[in-house]
Design a protein around this ligand. Sequence first.
Ligand code: NDP
Length: 453
Amino acid sequence: MSDYVGDLMASVKAKNPAEPEFHQAVLEVAESLALVLDKHPEYRKAKVLERIIEPERVIMFRVPWMDDQGNVHVNRGFRIEMNSAIGPYKGGLRFHPSVNLGILKFLAFEQVFKNSLTTLPMGGGKGGSDFDPKGKSDEEVMRFCQSFMTELCRHIGPNSDVPAGDIGVGGREIGFMFGQYKKIKNEFTGVLTGKGLNWGGSLIRPEATGYGAVYFAANMLGTRNESLDGKVCLVSGSGNVAQYTTEKVLDLGGKCVTFSDSGGFIHDPDGVDRDKLAFVMDLKNVRRGRIKEYTEKYPNATYTAVDPSLDHNPLWDIKADCAFPSATQNEINGKDAENLLKNGVYVVSEGANMPSTPDAVDKYIDAKILYGPGKAANAGGVAVSGLEMSQNSMRYSWSREEVDNKLRDIMKNIHDACVGAADKYGTPGNYVNGANIAGFLKVADAMMDQGVV
Ligand code: NDP
């Protein structure tokens, strides 16, 4: 670690104690950017990185709501408005009991670089709550969303901050929040993305993150004149990103053999075909059940429950070619990465945000596999959110093919920007450096133009 990065990290840790995920995200970016800052002292003089690390605004609020039995609950709501140098704050809302300030700051920080990579005019933000939608009735979720939006609506707007979904926030939650925003503000605008198709949503938005992660993998394979055809793929999670990753892998001739949730994972050596995927979509999106049920319906598959005593996740210890981590942060540790490499995996395309620990990332880089970090590989979701904003502004909607073609082009451009920046700064093939540097430069130049604000 250079002196500059060491000093920077000491200050970040002192100012932001007990936020390990935020420290992790900043360190990874700072290490990549050391290459740029050496060549561009003007950025260092203007303290551009130091300013990007400090959120422009952090909003924290009480979210009281009543359950079906009349009991009152109190959750905490957040919105991190991280950086608006290149456009309105943009980034998802996460509802999960693990949510805290540090996790949302890491996600908002990553979002700044990701949104810049999409080439669309979007700044970075993130938000959410420690509310757990699992096991709640639709009415309870609605009351929570209404209470959350009653406060959040003071801070967002179609030209200032445009939230979307993330873990625990899908079409149902976006609908409830949009309804409440509209009622309070008396305006119909594109203040949220991920909306329903008949009230301002974009075609391909639900599919975009998963499809994009697969397009990114296909682009990486293209650099070796290979394709996804015939490839065996490991997928974690079973939510939005995991489902559409599996669908696009099927479209491109590959075979996904796993799904997981917080209870455990299923392994289906025959592969998840379209009927099985439809079963999982119904299980997770409609019945809101557990992935374990997959093995009751398809007895050839096995279920392995999470074992907290293990130092690794056996999902990543299955023979395969590609891995698409699509659940949550730090779900692949150093031991898991060793297992992936040992089992023949040479493509990792991250649908989730920061799913690999720094130790795991070092192992991928040392092994020179095709590793697409989340801020590049999963940028398709926010890219189509950006396209949803454009369609809302025009009061017009593009066809499925138009949006999918734009998504495919954006993922190719992001891929090529990462390759170009990694080459230019002397680390060819390193998509981590490529993504961090390419994402940073656009934001940094905008901040230089706009003065010390
Ligand atoms: P969903 O809520 O639809 O699905 C999340 C999945 O991950 C579920 O299967 C969930 O299982 C599992 N999961 C979540 N947290 C944990 C945990 N702590 N331990 C184990 N499993 C967990 O979310 P998404 O599919 O939208 O998001 C998945 C990842 O993709 C996240 O990292 C998110 O930030 C990232 N992402 C999402 C985008 C989007 O457009 N939706 C855009 C870019 C990135 P369970 O239900 O049991 O909790």
